[in-house]
Design a protein around this ligand. Structure first.
Ligand code: HDD
Length: 687
């Protein structure tokens, strides 16, 4: 393979997946231009013509190859989760899970397992925006020594439906409406809400979708949930039910809806940029792996069916045991080759991990291979570099589109004598996968278990667990989405349905959207689960972005000391001024400007530090004032120097919670960093 080897950091480094990928990397820089057949070309800008002003000739093989390849560059986007971004990393185990599973990567605490993680939105097409209201996909491929294990998870722990056969229905309902292909990447339209009202199993998931979980601040600040109940099986063949969680070290944090919508225009790549930039800077995202474990004998001890994917196991009832950590530490080399071509499948398991009869999971086990066949163009997608396991693979599967392996020898069947009856299955003790021998019996029926029919209790549990601001956000989200629905009947049906979750919630929404307030409904569920509220997550200043608004003539010594103080606390300040280049303080200190008001926006930052300076420009003062007010109205921390206070005088901003004025320099950094760690100040007087 000619001309491979790119930047040093990507070379062979002992990470077995990275080492494997190295043989496929090609660096075209500094090389002669050739056709795909390796023929060097002397000209690449002019097609071959009959005369300088004449028609292009059929004979021009270079033109034909270049254009044909271009014409075929696109592959079908994923039918769901089309827009996504990914990174490489590694998983390390804190504690052996041997008592529960024989999976080797969960047994040996000395080994690191390479991983590739793709985050995504569900509904929007590949070119849609990152910060839409939607579920986020969180799919992890573990390249283990026993084969690839895929944990194809979401950032919401429950699902819209209970049976895989309804997946095309929910997806058709939530995707843009077919007659006019609107709206893009949004559930705020008639067909989604018509689906909800007429498929009430979606109540619990819809509560999550209307909550702040659906507008994450960053992929680095989301939980991941395997959703289904899986099985861990140990060496003795004993099984336990498990639910799997990813917990972000930075805590779970969100945007506010107005901000999310503006970001969709100002920077549609907001989440992928955040992931990319932080990995480039060495701020490696970390997620801890947690498991909830239920003994098989306890299967029926809950007031819900543990096979129902619309139910959580409240963490207060079944604690999450933290067993390891994943660190994402390397960006991709090529988005198409890696992110677009990666193929996940919940059925990619290793010995010690098995399925349950959750009918949603059973449906998924069919769908994922099927979709790769059309998306990646044939049955050999496992040979694409990003999809190859790092362990050897041997079987009698042959041929098909794009086959790359050259299987030698004449035997491709089992059983045989000509190749000593190999490749041969091996026993469980030699690492062979054997399905868990669950006893099943029953009649063939198209039916749903009675135990799956309570659709509202956990939706109420979720509502009960929310803080006051979180409840406000949920009410606003319902009112926004239903406010976009055209059908009065659908609006009324939805409000009547959510009266079974919480009567007050439904009444407020009814008022906001102009339909009849429901008279009956309500719930007897009083239980709450504090773990569900984002108010009980971790709050840290790490990697939060602060906009520093500043012009010529500032106090250089003070500003440098404050910026150093912020950086030492893990905060990332960026400088915004009238123009790019350098600006000078009155004491001669120079600072490089990162952005102007043209190239950035208030919504792209977590906090603002207003330094000001001596500029008298009305335009600058107006732009800076708007910038600060926007941050204020999105409840963000604001810090201000003596000069900067001028922008805070109006609207009593200066007296509000989370606005820190620079009285004492040392105190200021501490107080401002504390405010940044708080993230948002909900008790502000914002119109
Ligand atoms: Fe799915 C993609 C997660 C239910 C059928 N799904 C896909 C991806 C994620 C999930 C993260 C993107 C993978 C990537 O980045 O390439 N899906 C889930 C979760 C579910 C779920 C957590 C419920 C617990 N999915 C689900 C059902 C079906 C599918 C019930 C069908 C019966 N999902 C697909 C698919 C996709 C997919 C059509 C589209 C692209 C792909 O598989 O590779 O097969």
């Amino acid at each position: 393979m000619g001309g491979r080897i790119v930047s040093k950091k990507r070379n062979v480094d002992g990470n077995s997946k990275n080492d494997q990928l190295e043989q496929f990397r090609v660096d075209d820089k500094g090389k002669a231009l050739t056709t795909n057949q390796g023929l060097k070309m002397s000209e690449d800008e002019f097609s071959l013509k009959a005369g300088e002003r004449g028609p292009t000739l059929m004979e021009d093989f270079h033109f034909r190859e270049k254009l044909t390849h271009f014409d075929h560059e696109r592959i079908p986007e994923r039918v769901v989760h089309a827009r996504g971004f990914a990174a490489h990393g590694e998983f390390e185990l804190y504690e052996s899970m041997k008592p529960y599973t024989r999976a080797k990567f969960l047994n040996d605490t000395t080994k690191k397992t390479p991983v590739f993680v793709r985050f995504s939105t569900v509904v929007g097409s590949r070119g849609s925006a990152d910060t839409v209201r939607d579920v986020r996909g969180f799919a992890t491929k573990f390249y283990t020594e026993e084969g690839n294990y895929d944990l194809v998870a979401n950032n919401i722990p429950v699902f819209f439906i209970q049976d895989g056969i309804k997946f095309p229905d929910i997806v058709h309902a939530i995707k843009p409406e077919p007659h006019n292909e609107m709206p893009q990447a949004s559930s705020a339209h008639d067909t989604y809400w018509d689906f909800v009202a007429n498929n009430q199993e979606s109540a619990h998931m819809t509560m999550w979708l209307m909550s702040d979980r659906a507008i994450p601040r960053s992929f680095r600040m989301m939980e991941g949930f395997g959703v289904h109940t899986f099985r861990y099986v140990n060496e003795q063949g004993k099984a336990h039910f498990v639910k799997i969680h990813w917990k972000p070290k930075l805590g779970v944090h969100s945007l506010v809806w107005d901000e999310a919508q503006i970001i969709s225009g100002k920077d549609p790549d907001f989440h992928r940029r955040d992931l990319w930039e932080n990995i480039e800077k060495g701020n490696y995202p970390e997620f801890e792996l947690g498991v909830q474990i239920i003994d098989e004998s306890d299967e029926f001890k809950f007031d819900f069916d543990i096979l129902d994917a619309t139910k959580i196991w409240p963490e207060e009832d079944v604690p999450v045991k933290i067993i390891g950590k994943m660190t994402l530490n390397r960006n991709v080399d090529n988005a198409f080759a890696e992110i677009e071509q990666v193929a996940f499948h919940p059925g990619h398991v290793v010995p010690g991990i098995d399925f349950t009869n959750d009918p949603l999971l059973q449906g998924r086990l069919f769908s994922y291979t099927d979709t790769q066949l059309i998306r990646l163009g044939g049955p050999n997608f496992h040979e694409i570099p990003i999809n190859r396991p790092v362990c050897p693979f041997h079987n009698n599967q042959r041929e098909g589109y794009h086959r790359q392996t050259i299987n030698v020898g004449k035997v491709s069947y089992h059983r045989n004598s000509l190749a000593g009856n190999t490749p041969a299955p091996v026993s469980e003790s030699e690492g062979g996968f054997a399905h868990y021998q669950e006893k099943v019996e029953g009649r063939k029926v198209r039916a749903r278990s009675e135990s799956f029919k309570d659709h509202f209790s956990q939706a109420t549990l979720f509502w009960n667990s929310m803080s006051k601001p979180e409840r406000h956000h949920i009410i606003d989200a319902f009112s926004f989405e239903l406010g976009k629905v055209q059908s009065e009947s659908v609006k009324q049906q939805v409000v009547d349905m959510f009266a079974h979750v919480n009567l007050e919630l439904a009444r407020v929404i009814a008022k906001n959207i102009g339909v009849k307030p429901p008279k009956s409904g309500g719930s007897t569920i009083t239980k709450s689960s504090p773990a569900l509220s984002q108010e009980n997550t971790k709050f840290k200043p790490d990697t939060r972005k602060v906009a520093v608004i500043i012009t010529e003539g500032f106090n250089g010594a003070d500003v440098v000391s404050i910026l150093d103080g912020l950086k030492n606390s893990g905060v990332q300040p960026e400088i915004i001024s009238e123009q790019l280049g350098k600006i000078r303080g009155f004491d001669g200190v120079e600072i490089t400007v990162d952005h102007t008001f043209l190239t950035t926006d208030s919504v792209l930052f977590d906090a603002v530090y207003v330094v000001r300076g001596s500029s008298k420009s009305r335009k600058f003062n107006k732009q800076a004032g708007d910038f600060v007010y926007e941050a204020f109205s999105h409840y963000k921390p604001i810090g201000a120097s003596h000069d900067g206070k001028g922008w805070l005088d109006s609207d009593d901003i200066g007296k509000s919670a989370g606005v820190i004025l620079e009285d004492d320099l040392n105190e200021f950094v501490n107080k401002f960093v504390n405010a940044i760690s708080t993230h948002r100040f909900w008790n502000r007087n914002v119109l």
